[in-house]
Design a protein around this ligand. Sequence first.
Ligand code: HEM
Length: 399
Amino acid sequence: MALRTADTLMRASTRWLAVVLPLGVLLRSAFVWLYTPGRFYWGNLIHAHSHTAYFGWAGLGLMGLILHLLPGFTGRPVADSRPLAWLERLAPWAVGGALVTFAWWGYGGPSIAFSALNEVLWVLFAVAFWREVRQMPLRTWPPALWLIGAAVLMLLLSISGTTLVIISEAILDSAFPLLYQAGVYLFLELYGDGWVEVGLMGVVLAMSAGASEERPAVRRIALAALLLMAPAALRMLIPRGLEGPLAWLSVLAGALFGAVQFWFLALARRRWLPEAARPWWYLAGLSLAAKALLEFLPLLPAFSAMGLNRSLVIGFLHLKLLLLSSSGLLGALTVVRGAASPWAFRLFAAGSVAMVAALAAHGFLAEAVRGTSWPLYLVAFAAAFPAAIGGIWAARSWR
Ligand code: HEM
């Protein structure tokens, strides 16, 4: 049964990818032609896209992969349990409900309720994970499990971010905008960089072959990620007015996290990667290197202006979530179910790189050079098609 849960979650995640990517293409069209999406609002559709991507595609996919890998760590099959049974039962409602309510109403009672239901899934998953690993003393944990364990902890900690958002919106009636922003970025950092990125680092180590002397280094990487993630999240408040020691602490934490990501890449370079995943993980590795470098940007005075530029922020988010996390996940899924067509990879890689590059170029050029805004948005829109087709094609045999 537990094996079936892993399979169900991985299949479900690829179905959600097939919803998220076309929705992303639709959203990009709005930057090329100004029009209204029928009875919907673009802002609500953006929330539907991002929450389904996080909760459905990345979240369920990573949970499925971890459940699939757990027997390799513990030496026995994952036990059937009530938390796992409920996780499987509730997952389609939690993600589907969030998609529909965000698309229809945006942030509000119904979408907050479904977001909370997703948080229940995370707790159920963490309980099932803990039950599997609690008999193993920490010092015997293999390096990959350290990263995965830290990632699961950060998944739980990310609930603090959404809780702050709910308190700020529903109880304090948006009276403290910085509190709302702190909640959003705490969630984004702990969920996106913590749970998804660090979890994928663990998955890559678990699925590749390498030297056992890496153990202390990987342990330090996992601990550093755990300590740095929450303070690093506060960097994003600097363009919105955060100053003083807290601002500097956040910049330092972010830069250290950049160094930690380079450290992981140095270790991963020496590993033997499974053939099917290789192109996907090379793309993810290059994206991780670019992202790690960008973690040092807040040290520059120009950061505040960049942090308020929508194209640069969205370009960075898609470097992280499309180029890095999605190719990491797609690569891991190919290890479980066999290689994807090389053309699926080529389309995904070319489209995603072009889209992120066009958004970055838009961020730097649109205001400085007249007449560049629309053509760059057109390139980002055109590039979204191959990215979406390649991603859905690569995940196809799981549906
Ligand atoms: C073909 C692929 C994709 C396209 C074309 C696309 C397009 C878009 C667009 C147009 C926006 C809104 C931009 C704006 O408001 O300026 C957006 C936002 C976002 N997307 Fe995507 N996306 C894609 C894939 C993904 C994936 C795979 C993920 C996550 C795994 C993701 C996560 C997000 C997030 C978190 C936001 C920000 C939402 C916010 O600011 O509230 N996207 N995307």
